[in-house]
Design a protein around this ligand. Sequence first.
Ligand code: SAM
Length: 310
Amino acid sequence: MLPEPPPKPLTLSERLANIRQASNTVLPAAVGDAALREFPFRAADFERVRKLIYDKAGISLSPAKQDMVYSRLARRLRATGMKSFGQYLDHLEFSRGAVEWEGFVNALTTNLTSFFREPHHFPLLAQHLRVVAGKRKPINIWCCAASTGEEPYSIAMTVADAFPNGGPQISVVCSDLDTSVLATAEKGVYTLDRVDKIPPEQLKRYFSKSAGISGDVYTVKPELRQMLSFRRLNLLDAVWSVRAPLDVIFCRNVMIYFDKPTQYRILARFAPMLSPDGLLFAGHSESFLHAADLFHSLGKTVYALAAKRG
Ligand SMILES: C[S@@+](CC[C@H](N)C(=O)[O-])C[C@H]1O[C@@H](n2cnc3c(N)ncnc32)[C@H](O)[C@@H]1O
């Protein structure tokens, strides 16, 4: 008879299940998980994090994000050699201009994006650009939550396709609060799993393929790349380094992290920057009904200046 294989080490959730079973009580998951954490993370620590990220970036974290915050910031504690959340948060709060602010903010942003996300926006963008191209040059577009670049490069491909014989001068300013995603955007190099939704014809036209360490990589071609410029910009900052008038603002899937008063303050600053016939593109779950005095909906989460109404 073959010897029995050694038992596999238990996973964290299996260990928790055993504790719950043995104690014959229903332990709330968070309590059980907390007991096994490397750094103690008290409710007061979470509240401090919530306040700091709200003040710094406008991001409102719901109580349900406690585990996410723990795991993302535990990495920062390890990276900075801090022994506890208290020490880490004291360092941020009490060392003026602490370099770690960047790590803290970068850790807490959510950067989900993809090429041609919410695809219905791109034909509308092309149509709008063809209309305004006859009226003025250059055309200015701002993509204000560019993340790792898939959105601004989708905009650039749409522009290039809209004017195949060379159209007006178009500039796309790409900004984000998070410096690490912005660095990825600036490189413009993507793995196959990132580009596989781009139609093959467009992929071939706008990317060059080369062999990377773990598979092929796709690099944005210079003719597309030269349309874009990148900068770090916090939408909460008092001054934005973006030149108006703008023909288009892409502000998609970032307002959802802000509360309504913060959204309103940002929209009130967008409005005077937009050309009278300019368009504001929002994310699929974002609605600006509370700012109806500033913007009105054209449907499909596209907005125009309210002043144009009637
Ligand atoms: C979910 S991603 C959206 C990316 C892209 N716009 C899209 O729709 O696919 C949200 C982005 O907003 C950025 N962000 C969060 N707070 C910000 C702020 N206060 N100012 C500028 N960007 C911010 C994050 O760093 C993140 O890259």
